[in-house]
Structure formats: structure tokens, C-alpha cells
Design a protein around this ligand. Sequence first.
Ligand code: GLN
Length: 198
Amino acid sequence: MSPVIGILALQGGVREHERSLDKLGVTHRQVRRPNQLLGLDGIILPGGESTTISRLLELGGVLEPLRAALAKGLPAYGTCAGMILLANQVRDTRADAHQLNALDITVRRNAFGRQIDSFEADLDFVGIDAPVPAVFIRAPWVEQVGEGVEVLAVVQEGPAAGAVVAVRAGNVLASSFHPEVTGDTRLHELFMEIVRAS
Ligand code: GLN
């Protein structure tokens, strides 16, 4: 049977991920309530505002079931705010923001600062041949990675050179940037490989 991917649709860039999965012919559905987690083969956590998504996860009762599903190995891909939510630890967030604790990384929110608030860069990416065009929008970066977390991409040039912006640990993939807005589907393809292998 072909896999079904949930897209967390509480806030943020849901439509863009739907378009990317449509391009790949992957079945998807929006997730707003706990019962919509049932039967999924993977879940995408979109960009948006992580503290808002965190609050809505709690209010809608999705936080604990999603955390539990991830702990059981549900494959996940988080972009930007989604990366923040998946992380074990977040710097520069609200004290009451929740984490899904699915990735042993420490992330800093809005890490690139006001001067380079939003930018684009071509990135070398482990496992992908040609450079990946990356759009960063008030993006986080990864400050620490735990054991078993693979760094897949770093910023190569400019003031933020060296910043870690894509990681994978087991079934969980995360990027600071938004491949879903460039029309490049290779990260979604990578995620689907993870889903199919799991
Ligand atoms: N700055 C946002 C946050 O902290 C993330 C931005 C994004 O997802 N594009 O959640």
C-alpha cells in the first residue's frame, strides 16, 4: 500500500508541503486532531511560528499523542518551526513552549539575526548530488547535536558560515530552511525514502 503522510496543519506553511507531496504523487492529509494521527506512515511539521504551533498542539490535545507516536518511531520531517518543535532543546524560545523531543539537538530560534533575517543560499547536502537551493525565513540553526545525529548541511558562505541547518537521526529529518517553497522536491524524496524504509 502506498504510504500516507500527515501534515500538521495547526498553523504555518501547510499548502507548500501539500504541493511538494502532490508533485511526488504521495497521499497526504492534514492533521489537526489526535485521531488524525492514526494510520499515518510519516508526518511533516511545517514552518510557521513554533510557539504558536506549540500552544495549539497543547490546546488541541495533539501534543502528547504526537510525542508518543514519534517516540515509537513515526518518521517525521520538520522544516524551520517544525525543526524547532522536534528538537530536544531550544534556545531563545518562550519558557512555556513545548518540545516533541524527537531529535537530540539544541536549536536556536531566529538565530541568523535581524541583518540576515531571511536569505537564500545553495547548499551542499549529504546524499544529494547537486546543490540544494535553500530559503531561510527567520530560521533557527542547530547549535549542538547529540550522538547518532547526522549533520546533512551547513551554511557555506557569509556571516553564518558553518551553521548547521539540516540533520537526520533515524527516522527524523529536519531542516532550518524551506525546500517546499522552491519547488525542489529532493528533501521530500529523501523523507519518502526514510518512510518507505521504516
Ligand atoms: N522563527 C519561527 C519560529 O521561531 C520559525 C520561522 C519559520 O518557520 N519560517 O518558530
